[in-house]
Design a protein around this ligand. Structure first.
Ligand code: NAD
Length: 360
């Protein structure tokens, strides 16, 4: 069983990923499609909100079964998607290979050559340079804006990152390169911490060889292993949850000591936990802003496909930076104007943009 939800297209074609997961439900897909409407509006790209999902555990499928599932799903949604209508992309447990199978099948069934109907494709099949780094990089650009707004000095700003996958790795690496002190990082098996800062490239190499971060040595010194719960409760300036949803909840909200939380994952804080954080004057930079670099570069891919003209990685980054910076400033402006937190500020900004487009 699979779903495709189209929430709003007042600002442009529906846009959003397709996930393969045993716990996918119609309600979840609908909620996620709404989230995409606000996210695209916050960064002011001309796309609406969509999402898709299939109830399946892809780890139990052979490669052939996965290909047939991807193509079968693409065939069933072909009548309602298209380059100017609804543009799917990868999400949880789907990747550029799955997008390639889907776009091939779509073009066959729809009898056209619109490769811009799917984004997140490999470079060889019309993907965009810089898409892999995009979400982490977008988060790093937001971090720079945060530092300017709140007067943070990178070398004296400590960061803890939960998750060392695509988003967590790139964010940590780029924050390290920008001169911030990444003092802790974790994956599903646990994390490591060093108050002097970690060399992210070395941590990455270690994880590749050893399969986990446990017992990583920083400059010959074996580091202190920590659990994911301990990581979340560390005394850091910026905490960046980059793994999955609801990790900061009623059980641990009171333990959080970070001054700023950069939501790189989707929905890492439950609503009741957020109340606790806001009461403690912790600044939360919401997911619809902090992780919107990914969908922005997906939109760049679509633009490049339609023009049949491709940008260098530098061009992609040069175009992404001002978009993220403006989205941050707009969010701050709205939160000040309505005297509310940044999440509400981002939502007011997004709802305003969408409703203006709907009225027009
Ligand atoms: P990923 O699968 O590449 O990485 C997830 C990471 O989380 C892995 O390092 C994994 O070990 C870790 N993890 C799993 N269980 C954990 C646990 N219990 N505790 C700590 N870490 C755990 O996924 P990703 O693409 O990096 O996505 C991470 C989050 O960012 C998700 O919420 C996703 O929806 C969101 N996001 C991703 C993108 C993107 O472009 N990839 C864009 C927007 C939002």
């Amino acid at each position: 069983m699979g779903f495709r939800s189209q929430h709003n297209n007042a600002r442009g074609p529906y846009k959003g990923g397709i996930r393969f997961h045993p716990e996918v439900s119609e309600e979840e897909v609908k909620a996620l499609s709404m989230w995409m409407t606000w996210k695209c509006a916050v960064v002011d790209i001309p796309c609406g909100g969509g999402k898709g999902g299939v109830i399946v555990d892809p780890k139990k499928l052979s490669v052939g079964e996965l290909e047939r599932l991807a193509k079968g799903f693409a065939r069933r949604i072909t009548p309602i998607i298209g380059q100017e209508i609804d543009i799917p992309a990868p999400d949880v447990n789907t990747n550029s290979q799955i997008m390639t199978w889907m776009v091939d099948e779509y073009m066959k069934v729809a009898n056209n050559k619109d490769i811009g109907t799917f984004t997140g494709k490999p470079i060889e099949k019309g993907g965009s340079k810089g898409r892999e780094q995009a979400t982490g990089l977008g988060g790093a650009y937001i971090l720079e804006e945060l530092a300017k707004e709140f007067g943070l000095d990178p070398k004296n700003t400590s960061i803890g990152v939960q998750g060392f996958g695509n988003v967590g790795y790139w964010f940590a690496k780029l924050a390290d390169e920008l001169g911030y002190k990444v003092v802790a990082i974790s994956d599903s098996k646990g994390g490591i911490t060093d108050e002097n800062g970690l060399n992210i490239d070395n941590v990455y190499k270690y994880k590749k060889t050893n399969g986990s971060l446990q017992d990583f040595q920083n400059d010959g010194k074996t580091l202190h292993n920590i659990t994911n719960e301990e990581l979340l409760a560390l005394e850091v300036d910026v905490l960046a949850p980059a793994a999955f949803e609801n990790v900061i909840n009623d059980n641990n909200a009171n333990d959080i000591k970070a001054k700023y939380i950069l939501e790189l994952a989707n929905g890492p804080i439950t609503p009741s936990a957020e109340k606790v954080l806001l009461e403690a004057d912790i600044v939360v930079i919401p997911d619809v802003l902090a992780n919107a670099g990914g969908v922005t570069v997906s939109y760049f891919e679509w633009e490049q496909n339609k023009a049949d003209s491709y940008w260098t990685e530098e061009e992609v980054f040069e175009k992404l930076k001002p978009i993220m910076a403006k989205a941050f400033k707009d969010t701050i402006k709205f939160s000040k104007k309505y005297d509310t937190d940044l999440r509400n500020g981002a939502y007011i900004l997004a709802v305003n943009r969408v409703s203006k487009a709907m009225k027009k």
